[in-house]
Design a protein around this ligand. Structure first.
Ligand code: CA
Length: 300
């Protein structure tokens, strides 16, 4: 009987459904039919796509022209939401940009002011869900705890980038977003920096992963986002730099690192975390599923 099936083109889920049917279950209807999903992301500033080597903005307060230096982020727990409000996990395709639990979105292409980055870009998450009607999207900016506190030299893609690592203990930068404002950044001590940095990641971490200890972080700084309505065929996820820097003067730094590297003592993080929708004190979301910097818009 199996010879009637084109086995080489059946997915593992389809085979499972076949066996479940033989076992007398009703799983066939749910598992036999999968639909491919491609979730698009866009980085915007002043209503335009933010790109390396092109004028950016103006962004910030006061409004300042800038150039993009880096723009990458990790996303986990990606799910589509059905009309009953129930999330269905997207099974991620394996690729250079994603493993089974986390995907890297990369807007920089190493050109112009992004020199030092990677030439390839990736603005989509791809995977499958059971065929159905979905009208919402949820994802979390972050890397799962089980994969976060690992070596960038030992892990496979997309966790193998030294540029996205802090340390074994702290884990990855969940967001690495860097801009060079015209005229540079004047620091609190009078010195200057060409770049205003936003590095989001877990802080207050204890435990040594190198010796097998479990790492625990006081402030996880993972950012859950819910977008609804959201139709993957019509909408894209927009990360808006005017929103992210809406309360930040990117020409001045108030102390600690230039910009905000998730240090709870860095006054520049107050505005940045508020815009992200995270508590700087606890590292948890301020309002469930809401991050002002992320929105849905029509695809081009
Ligand atoms: Ca700072």
């Amino acid at each position: 009987m199996f010879s009637h099936f084109p086995l080489r083109v059946l997915s593992r889920a389809s085979l499972l459904a076949v066996f479940c049917t033989f076992a007398g279950t009703s799983a066939l209807a749910q598992t036999a039919s999968l639909q491919a999903v491609e979730i698009s992301f866009a980085l915007k500033a002043a209503g335009a796509d933010a790109r390396c080597g092109q004028p950016l903005g103006p962004i910030g307060a006061p409004a300042t022209l800038a150039s993009l230096r880096d723009a990458r982020l990790y996303v986990q727990d990606i799910a589509l939401i059905n009309d009953k409000g129930q999330p269905t996990s997207v099974k991620l395709n394996a690729s250079d940009w994603q493993n089974d639990q986390v995907a890297l979105i990369d807007f920089e292409d190493a050109t112009g002011s992004c020199a030092g980055g990677t030439p390839a870009v990736n603005t989509v998450v791809t995977g499958t869900v059971p065929t159905g009607n979905y009208n919402g999207l949820t994802f979390t900016v972050g890397v799962p705890v089980s994969q976060n506190h690992t070596s960038t030299e030992l892990e496979g893609a997309p966790l193998d980038l030294a540029a996205m690592g802090w340390s074994w203990q702290a884990g990855r930068k969940f967001i690495k977003l860097e801009v060079n404002p015209e005229g540079g950044v004047t620091k609190a001590d009078g010195s200057s920096s060409p770049t205003w940095f936003v590095h989001l990641g877990s802080t207050g971490c204890t435990g040594n992963p190198v010796t097998g200890e479990t790492v625990s972080c006081m402030r996880p700084n993972r950012l859950p986002v819910v977008l609804a309505p959201f139709d993957v065929t019509q909408h894209q996820v927009v990360l808006d730099l005017n929103s992210l820097f809406g309360s930040s003067d990117i020409t001045r730094d108030k102390g600690a690192a230039a910009g905000c590297m998730s240090n709870p003592a860095d006054k520049d993080c107050v505005e940045v975390f508020e815009r992200l929708g995270l508590s700087l004190d606890t590292g948890r979301e301020l309002k469930q599923g809401v991050s002002p910097v992320f929105s849905a818009s029509a695809k081009k």
